[in-house]
Design a protein around this ligand. Structure first.
Ligand code: APR
Length: 232
């Protein structure tokens, strides 16, 4: 079976009702990034940041995977599929995808605020625990923090992600403006002979001269068209 690698961004979850970041009215229009998505912002006001992620985490209980997520999960029948997502929601998993790499962390998980990547203190919250409070502690006694990669922090999964892209027969990019690095650089690691598709309702500058098959549609319609083109 061919290796199919899929890089997704916020647009993948837009049709599930989760706001993207840089579209008009997106999350970064509503909240200042430096206040809610940087380690400095967390140091300055841990309550504000904890509540910001509490709201986004609780929203997960009210949304569900869209058709695009579901169609991607069905591709595991014909391909070795690896989903590399910038999204912190759990919609790929809930749609049935079994191999998902989260580059920017996961909303449903919390970790130590002393060492966010210490595996001993990373854990999945049960839905009834989705409201984290100041005073809730990790196993090392530090304040429990969202298991999210903030701007300026290391992206521990990037090397694993590069390894998968280097083995791709087909690379599909869905719903990302390719503005944020190192995620946006992954395309450059695809083998020369790999086929590359990009699904997005708007034109996206992929910063490359290599040929890309663009499907200028939303995720659900776009993945359906992708499957028609890929699966004979
Ligand atoms: N289907 C597919 N794509 C869509 C849809 C849709 N229904 N609606 C919007 N899009 C596209 C937009 O055109 C845009 O290209 O999704 C993309 C969203 O881009 P961003 O909002 O920049 O989101 P993303 O690229 O995932 O941001 C990357 O930035 O703030 C950080 O950590 C955050 O992971 C995030 C990273």
């Amino acid at each position: 079976m061919k290796n199919l690698v899929i890089l997704t961004g916020a647009g993948m979850s837009a049709e599930s009702g989760i706001s993207t970041f840089r579209d008009a009215g997106g999350l970064w229009d509503q909240y200042p990034v430096e206040q809610v998505a940087t380690p400095e912002g967390y140091q300055r006001n841990p309550t504000l940041v904890t509540n910001f992620y509490n709201e986004r985490r609780k929203q997960l209980l009210t949304v569900r995977p869209n058709r695009g997520h579901e169609l991607l999960a069905t591709l595991e029948r014909q391909f070795h599929v690896t989903i590399i997502t910038q999204n912190v929601d759990n919609l790929h998993e809930r749609a049935g995808s079994t191999h998902v790499v989260h580059l920017h962390g996961e909303l449903t998980k919390v970790c130590s605020s002393r060492d966010p990547n210490d595996p001993r203190y990373i854990r999945e919250l049960k839905p009834e625990e989705y409201e984290v409070k100041i005073g809730d502690l990790a196993g090392d006694g530090s304040q429990l923090r969202p298991f999210i990669v903030w701007f300026g922090e290391a992206v521990p999964q990037i090397d694993i992600a590069i390894g998968y892209v280097e083995q791709a027969d087909i690379l599909v990019i869905i719903g990302t403006s390719l503005n944020v690095y190192p995620a946006a650089s992954l395309l450059h690691y695809a083998p020369r002979q790999a086929e590359v598709y990009l699904i997005d309702p708007k034109p996206v500058d992929a910063h490359t001269s290599r040929p890309i098959q663009v499907i200028q549609k939303g995720a659900s319609e776009g993945v359906a068209e992708l499957i028609e083109r890929m699966v004979p």
